[in-house]
Each structure stands twice: as C-alpha cells, then as structure tokens.
Design a protein around this ligand. Structure first.
Ligand code: AMP
Length: 442
C-alpha cells in the first residue's frame, strides 16, 4: 500500500478537518468492497462527532435562514463519508487483454491511427466488445466513462464504414459535450480518411445541423430531442441508419429522454444493429433493452473504485469565510487543475467571477451558458489557460478532462452517487487525485 503523496497543503480551517476523521486501513482484501459499502454498511460504528451532520444516512434538513421564502432543502451527510486519507494505490483488477490492436482484423490505416494516438493495448471493454461488434452482434456494454468505451464502439464502426462506405451510424448521447467529445475522438481515428460526421444537439442553432445533414454523413452524433426533431422534419432519414449507439443510456433516461429514445428506435428499420452503453442497469433500461435489442451479448467492466483510490478529505469553513478558505487552498502549487462543484447555476457563475477578481483564473460551466461559451470554457480549462473550472453537476456530465489534480465540492452534492461521480473526475487512469469537500463548522 502506498500513501498518496498528492496531499493538499493544510492551511486555515482545513487543519480542523481531523475531528471527524475515522482511521481506516485498506488491505488487498478490501479491494472491491468499496468505500461506500464500508462507510454506509457499518454506520453504527461511526463517530458521532459532528452535531449538524450526525445524520448517517444521506438526508435533507431545512435551513430557515436561506434568505428565501420558505426553507431550502440542503443535503446532510456524515462527513466521514468524504474522508479517505489512505487511498490504496489501485483497486483495478489487472486485466490481461486477449487481443492486441493488430489482432482484431481492423483496417491497417485504422490500426495505425490507434497506435498514433498512443493507445498501446485494448482496454477490457475494447478487448471484449470489439470482436462482437465486428461480428454484427447487438451488445450491451456496462461501463462507465473512462473505461475506453467510446473507442470500443467507434473502432469497429469506423472499420465497417471503411469497408462499406455507404454505411451510416447514429450515436445518441445525453449531452452536447459528450456528443462533441465523441466527434473529436472519431476525428482522431479517421484523419485523412474522408469519414464525415455531423453533430445534432439541442440548445444550438438547428440550421447548420440541417445543412450538415444535407451532406454525406457516416456518423450522426446527437442528443435524442434534437435528433427526433430532425427526423420529424425530414432532414434525418432513419431508414438509412445501419447502426444505432446509445451512449450513457442511463443518463439519457435520467434526463427524461426515454420517450424520444423510444420514438427514434421505432423509426429505424428493425434490421439495424444496436449498441447499448450504460454505467448502470435499471428496470427501465432492461425494458428498453428487451424491446429493442436483438439477442444482445452483455459485457460488463468495472472501473477502479474511485472511493477507495482517491485521497479525500473535508475542508472546514465558517460561513463568513468560505470563499477565503477556498482561495487560501488554491494558493497551493499542487492545485494545478481544479474542478470545483457548486450547487446552483448562479452560485457557480458568481464563484467563478469572484475567483477571477481574486486573481485566480477560472471559468464556469452551467445550464445558463450557451453551448459556445461552455465549449470555450472547457477548452481554456483543458489547455491550462484557466486553472479552475467551476461547474454544476449537470454541466459537468460527460466531460473528459485529463489530469484534474483536485475536485473540490464547494457545495455538497445531493446524493452520495453524485459525490462519487464528481470525485471520479480526478485520479483517472493511473493518475493520483485529491477530492476535498467543504463542510461548514457549527
Ligand atoms: P471513455 O470515456 O470511456 O471513452 O474513455 C476516454 C479516455 O480513455 C480517453 O482519454 C481515451 O483516450 C482513453 N482510452 C481509450 N482507450 C484506451 C486504451 N486502450 N488505452 C489507454 N487509454 C485509452
């Protein structure tokens, strides 16, 4: 076991984080049990050290001094859920791939592009699912982001397109950001190969998308609402689609796209292939799969358990110095690329502005920003022009930024699942990450 050396410099109130700390040791036998289970399952043994947060289940309390009419519901947590000062080095099972990228029978130029992109060996989902997609099977990939699932479906589909140039694929995603990231990955694997794509997402001008659909497209990548709109207006012809990919299907369901997804799937000829990706399985998802997939093969991969492998701690603040506590922290050089989560669109915007005024280059992404603004913000964050990105949970969905050194929960997440999702943005792959959660002192 190795201690994560990427520790935050402890200053100001952060030093007061220790009272709620529960010493835990991780051994290889706790490998896959998960921090969540350790913490929630044994809640009787946990310290009752914090009056306000002594509610061990995630719950809600009313805060009457919210300055609004009526009380605002804010989540309550046991702070020890946010502490893991002894992260284990990795709890990913070592997977030995059965294939090399050269073994799948992919077109040579595609394999060259893969290797040029520094992908040396297939990830578990790629290793297992690429042969099935090449065979033409319907598949269910149970995999989170960061497992390499995008390349897992793109590579065999690009191969098929290179073989059969008239082939058209529709990729449905929950968010615009994810759609654009898939297009970016598609471009990386197809440079110089005349493979065309159009992104059709909501919240942006439909005209360029209509123009885009008039040209030849091998891949149409979009969000369900806009895609359905374009089908209904006659610009997107479902009868030509040979493959449909549903990426992050569980998130699309969460976002209320079920009706649109069903309508789209009903419009496409029944002999199409369906590739279905989801991090979780629920009754609704099972129903969708049963209704639309033909004898699918399920491949399930586990990503490393972020709750065990990321250094996590709480940061104490008094209500009058929350912002100062943050800026004091951000002085630390190790805070190289920091993703800060806030609860509301307006508070996220305000925090970003305040950080800029304090000389800390920051950007914000939230639902009130235009698509172009969000993309520009992401670009600045990825390139290092902005050291800090402040985001709401929804806006941060599906974004991939490598080397996020710290995730800071400036406002508490609504659920433990949201917490896990947030902190998973740091410590990706073999990187070490730190997650800090702001907790108000009583
Ligand atoms: P995902 O969101 O699951 O598609 O994974 C995205 C990240 O994984 C991207 O940064 C990819 O470049 C990276 N990735 C995909 N496949 C591999 C691979 N075989 N080896 C290493 N990294 C990979």
């Amino acid at each position: 076991m190795e201690q994560n050396t990427n520790r935050p410099v402890r200053r100001a109130n952060y030093r007061n984080a220790s009272p709620t700390k529960k010493r835990r040791t991780f051994s290889s036998s706790s490998f896959n049990s998960g921090f969540k289970n350790n913490q929630r399952g044994n809640h009787k043994n946990r310290p009752h050290s914090d009056g306000k947060f002594s509610n061990f289940k995630t719950g809600y309390r009313n805060r009457s001094n919210s300055g609004r009419n009526g009380a605002r519901k804010i989540p309550t947590f046991d702070p020890s859920q946010f502490i893991n000062t002894n992260p284990i080095e990795t709890n990913e099972e070592v997977y030995v791939p059965k294939h090399k990228f050269t073994d799948f029978g992919l077109e040579r130029k595609l394999v060259t592009a893969v290797l040029n992109n520094k992908l040396t060996s297939p990830s578990p989902i790629q290793d297992q699912i690429i042969p099935l997609i090449l065979e033409g099977r319907d598949v269910i990939g149970l995999a989170q982001t960061g497992t390499g699932k995008t390349a897992a479906f793109l590579l065999p589909l690009i191969h098929k397109t290179l073989k059969e140039y008239s082939r058209q694929t529709l990729i449905l995603t929950p968010t615009r950001e994810l759609a654009l990231q898939i297009q970016e990955e598609l471009r990386k694997f197809t440079v110089g190969n005349k493979i065309y794509s159009t992104v059709c997402v909501g919240g942006t001008n439909i005209r360029p998308q209509i123009q885009g659909l008039r040209r030849k497209n091998h891949f149409i990548i979009g969000t369900p609402g806009r895609v359905l709109d374009l089908i209904e207006r006659g610009h997107l012809k479902p009868q030509y689609l040979r493959t449909v990919v549903l990426d992050e299907a569980d998130r699309m369901l969460d976002m209320g796209f079920i009706h649109d997804m069903r309508k789209i799937l009903e419009d496409i000829p029944s002999d199409h292939e369906t590739l279905f990706f989801s991090a979780t399985m629920s009754k609704d998802i099972e129903k969708l799969v049963n209704d639309f997939l033909n004898d699918p093969v399920t491949i399930s991969v586990r990503k490393k358990d972020v709750t065990n492998s990321i250094f996590q701690d709480v940061v104490r603040y008094h209500h009058h110095d929350k912002f100062k506590t943050l800026t004091d922290l951000l002085v630390g050089e190790e805070f190289k690329r920091v993703l800060i989560f806030g609860a509301m669109k307006h508070s996220v915007e305000k925090l970003s502005q305040e950080l800029n005024s304090a000389g800390i280059k920051s950007d914000a992404i939230h639902g009130n920003k235009s698509h172009g603004q969000r993309q520009a913000a992401l670009k600045r964050f990825k390139s290092g022009n902005a050291r800090v990105l402040v985001a709401t949970d929804v806006a941060a969905r599906g974004i991939h930024v490598d080397n996020v050194s710290h995730v800071i929960n400036y406002d508490l997440p609504n659920t433990f699942e949201d917490y896990v999702h947030r902190i998973g943005r740091t410590g990706r792959g073999k990187e070490k990450g730190t997650a800090l959660t702001f907790i108000q002192n009583t």
